[in-house]
Design a protein around this ligand. Structure first.
Ligand SMILES: Nc1ncnc2c1ncn2[C@@H]1O[C@H](COP(=O)(O)OP(=O)(O)OP(=O)(O)O)[C@@H](O)[C@H]1O
Ligand SMILES: [Mg+2]
Length: 729
């Protein structure tokens, strides 16, 4: 048998070896969808069905794209590996970016166009409002931002949107101004990458024909989370079964139960739409889960069964039940975080690798307390999607200087650093400059018209940029970055700052990042110098911010939101903050289908765990500076009680047939410790099970029970304290 097919089950194998046609793999979490997709590519390459340049693969994150590339390299014979770089693998954004870079002229973009991440986009919008004298009260920047992005994600331009509400009436002209501003500055936001490339393909028939002929296979992971625009974008490349027009075969894998981007316009309906519109004959379901132990899978199945809008799938596993799911109730969020840190400390001492432990939460703000506890416990951790490396202020400053070398009129970058480090260019000067420009003329032309000290300071800055530009044209990237950090004055500035040490380290790290990047490019056969390489590096930084981690190399506990955990797996998962109003999120309670989407999110969270799952919540939580009292999440109630091990709390009896989410009440700490004198946390010895530690004590007198954790062979046991021959240590 083909090596690629080894170890796959018959359904997986059938999917991997399908003859060229449109196909849909519809399957639950951990059933091997991503593995099938990767194996399919390897199979296409190995059998000669397609060359690397004929394949495009769409992943959900850049990290997933890298993993796929390295897995493929491992699966393929040596001879085929070098060809891999001609394959297009990446997120929708990265692929659209690649297309626009090649055809920037046809797309109406400058060669060195830059990407605005969400934070940049917000500041661009604020700047726009200021220039137009529109108050932030009348047009809240965040609202305007989501108005623009939501429409773009549906593939719409301002002229296609009716001004039917007061809001639309207000926002539409601003959106148009925003378009003009971006165009002037040579920048595109994330949604623009897709929309622009989609329009380009729609408009330019020859180009479309070229790509339709080039790509024979387009494979898409996490298809349930595509939005209308992404769907349309894929359509541009695909063979059309209705008109018979040639094009790529789409191989889409997805799980309707894991559709969690409805709030961003993703449509699980796209799964069905795809099946119908593309007349898909090959629909393959995978039902065997390879990831999780039985109890974890049973909990996931039970939770998702509460949703009505489902295509209906069930998952089974041959793995044994494994451990019970541990549940912990904390009096306040700090205690919850300390519990997590303590448990992790124990796990690390038992030899679990930190990389195999994930701490998940619903909202980014929840990470603060957790980070604090982990820091205090000296446990290395990494936050995905929080304050990421490329998002740190000093890094953004350095990147802004670098961007100005390429795009002198990139206003976001200009404003970020024109007076940083401070050089006496104040708001007044900038206003005077703006008046000279009236949003039109380029910056340096306008600056020459400013008189006096402010004019001189401004010109000094522009000359500095010009000088750096000249000095770095042909320089290798790491040296270029180093020169700009020094030449801009950033290094001196932070060196003089009392707490500037960290920031200097981060700037050094940027130089290392540049070296790594050059090495990575070289491994992909891309050689470039000076500004050309810089442009590639800046793109990389913009696309990576959001995922890039600090201190690569060190193993660390992984902290992330549930959204960010999609597609990943860990031996041990802590799912924290299981509280009504937080998870399910407050906003979902009133939205149509909101709770069902939250439940899918819960399903995603639970199915990340391979061996051990902790669920925790806190009665009191400080969020956004406010103390809130929370009830435990309804999702806890949806898990069959026999799967759970309550570490310190006791489930209240359910009222007969009561559908309202019943609540869970804590056993007060004092009573949990007091039963027959046994306390949680005590170390004990049992003649048969050996040494262990009491996790929780429940009940009193002859009924008092303890859950005791023994060594790895024995696991956790429930013991009746009145009879169990336990001995204190
Ligand atoms: N046939 C198989 N034999 C053994 N292990 C398998 C098999 N298929 C998949 N696995 C393993 O099961 C785990 C889950 O696979 P994978 O991540 O591909 O699932 P998925 O369906 O993509 O999950 P998700 O829905 O969470 O993205 C991985 O560790 C994978 O290596
Ligand atoms: Mg997957």
């Amino acid at each position: 048998m083909h090596e690629v097919l080894q170890g796959l089950n018959p359904e997986q194998r059938a999917a991997v070896t399908l003859p060229p046609q449109h196909a849909l793999i519809l399957a639950g979490a951990g059933s091997g969808k991503t593995r099938v997709l990767t194996s399919r590519i390897a199979w296409l390459l190995e059998t000669g069905e397609a060359g690397p340049h004929e394949i495009m693969a769409v992943t959900f994150t850049n990290k997933a794209a890298r993993e796929m590339a390295s897995r493929l390299a491992g699966l393929l014979p040596e001879a085929l590996r070098p060809g891999l770089r001609r394959m297009w693998v990446g997120t929708f954004h990265a692929l659209a970016n690649r297309l626009l870079r090649i055809h920037h002229q046809a797309a109406g973009l400058p060669q060195m166009f830059q990407i605005l991440d969400t934070a940049d986009q917000l500041s661009a919008i604020k700047r726009l409002l200021k220039r137009l004298n529109v108050s932030e009260q009348s047009a809240p920047p965040r609202e305007l931002l989501s108005f623009i992005n939501a429409h773009k994600e549906q593939g719409l331009r301002p002229d296609k949107v009716a001004a039917e509400s007061r809001r639309a009436e207000r926002f539409l002209p601003l959106w148009q101004e925003y378009v003009a501003q971006c165009q002037r500055e040579g920048v595109v936001d994330f949604a623009e990458l897709l929309l622009r490339s989609d329009e380009l393909l729609a408009r330019d028939e020859a180009l479309r024909a070229h790509y339709r002929a080039r790509f024979r296979h387009v494979l898409v992971d996490e298809f349930q989370d595509t939005n209308a625009l992404q769907y349309r974008w894929l359509q541009r490349f695909a063979a059309d079964p209705v008109t018979g027009e040639a094009g790529a075969f789409l191989f889409c894998v997805g799980d309707d139960d894991q559709s969690i981007y409805g709030f961003r316009g993703a449509l699980a309906r796209n799964l069905m739409r795809f099946e119908q519109e593309f007349r898909v004959q090959a629909v393959i379901r995978l039902e065997r889960n390879y990831r999780s132990h039985g109890n974890i899978l049973a909990a996931a199945n039970a939770i998702i069964a509460h949703n009505r809008e489902r295509l209906g799938k069930n998952l089974w596993t041959e793995a044994d039940e494994g451990e019970p799911i541990r549940v912990f109730q904390a009096p306040e969020d700090g205690a919850e975080a300390r519990f997590v840190a303590e448990e992790i400390g124990n796990l690390l001492r038992e030899g679990v690798s930190a990389d195999e432990i994930a701490v998940l939460y619903r909202a980014n703000a929840q990470s603060r307390a957790l980070e604090h506890a982990l820091l205090a416990a000296g446990i290395p951790y990494r936050v995905h999607g929080g304050q990421r490396f490329f998002d740190r202020a000093e890094i953004k400053h350095a990147l802004a200087y670098l961007r100005l070398l390429l795009l002198p009129d990139d206003e976001t970058a200009f404003l970020r650093v024109v007076n940083f480090p401070p050089r006496g260019i104040g708001a007044r000067t900038l206003e005077a400059l703006a008046a000279q420009r009236d949003g039109q003329t380029d910056i340096s032309a306008a600056a020459t018209r400013l008189a006096g000290r402010p004019g001189a300071a401004l010109q000094g800055f522009l000359q500095l940029i010009e000088r750096l530009r000249e000095q770095t044209r042909e320089v290798p990237l790491p040296e270029l970055v180093e020169r700009v950090i020094a030449g801009s004055g950033l290094r001196t500035h932070y060196a003089a700052e009392r707490d500037g040490g960290d920031r200097l380290e981060n700037l050094d790290e940027l130089v290392s990042a540049a070296s790594d990047f050059v090495a990575q490019m070289a491994s992909e056969g891309i050689e470039a110098q000076g500004h050309e390489m810089l442009a590639l590096f800046l793109q990389h930084a913009a696309l990576e911010s959001g995922e890039q981690q600090a201190e690569a190399g060190q193993t660390a506990v992984q902290l992330m939101t549930v959204h960010a955990s999609k597609g990943l797996e860990f031996d041990v998962v802590f799912l924290t903050g299981l509280e009504e109003g937080l998870f399910p999120h407050q906003n979902s309670l009133y939205a149509d289908g909101g709770v069902e989407e939250e439940r899918r999110l819960m399903y995603v969270a639970v199915t990340r765990a391979k061996k051990r799952l902790y669920l925790s919540w806190s009665d009191i939580r400080m969020l956004h500076g406010q103390t809130e009292y929370h009830q435990p999440s309804r999702f806890l109630e949806e898990i069959p009680p026999e799967l759970l091990l309550w570490l310190n709390a006791k489930r209240r009896e359910r009222k007969g047939g009561d559908l309202a989410p019943s609540r869970v009440t804590a056993v007060p700490q004092s009573s949990s410790g007091a039963a027959n004198g046994w306390r949680s946390g005590e170390r004990v010895r049992h003649p048969k099970f050996g040494e262990g530690v009491i996790l929780a004590v429940e009940g009193a007198g002859a009924h008092a029970q303890a859950s005791v954790k023994f060594g790895p062979e024995v696991g956790v046991k429930q013991l009746l304290l009145s009879v169990a021959p336990l001995e204190r240590l």
